[in-house]
Design a protein around this ligand. Sequence first.
Ligand code: ZN
Length: 135
Amino acid sequence: MELKYIEHIGIAVKDLESSIKYYEDVLGLSCYSIEEVKDQKVKTAFFQIGQTKLELLESTSEDGPIGKFIEKKGEGIHHLAFAVDNIENQLEDASSKGVRLIDSKPRSGAEGLEIAFLHPKSTHGVLTELCEKKG
Ligand code: ZN
């Protein structure tokens, strides 16, 4: 595979509003975008640090992936996202090396990115996202 840089780190939070307050008031970052991704039953808030972003994820439903994650593990780091070119090829490469894919084809994520996830059972416990900026 060929990864360019860490695009973002996904962090599961219980409450977006109070979490944003921590990232702004304590860490001194500023939230530049809040977006709901209905598909994934989440509301997201983004912060930029250098080339990398932090993506806070609040579940909009208890049965969504973030709702389930928080119920099992509590708040915390949820996934690591790498920027790639040619996401389809990267997925094919990962799959050919025996990695289990959650998404065999890319789908649309927040910020107009094409995204796909690799299964944490195949990645030593790290839910891994690939993202490509199209166009
Ligand atoms: Zn993400």
